[in-house]
Write a new protein. Structure first.
Length: 69
């Protein structure tokens, strides 16, 4: 249910807001990978979760762009 709410929130946002969310998620993923490489990351499953959130954001962006055309 948590992911459905996340996707519903994404669908209500504009493309520019989604792009800013995408940049923030990619920065978070970079930081998580860096922490993992230096053995500072406790919750490694967060990497998988952020990767999937990035994919969800990109899917909603592409759906909105094809909807406009």
């Amino acid at each position: 249910m948590k992911t459905k709410k996340f996707v519903d929130d994404l669908k209500t946002k504009s493309v520019s807001e989604l792009n800013s969310d995408l940049v923030a998620a990619k920065k978070e993923l970079f930081n998580l990978r860096f922490q993992n490489a230096t053995n500072q990351l406790d919750n490694t499953s967060r990497i998988k979760e952020v990767r999937r959130n990035i994919a969800r954001i990109q899917t909603v962006i592409s759906a909105k762009e094809t909807e406009q055309n």
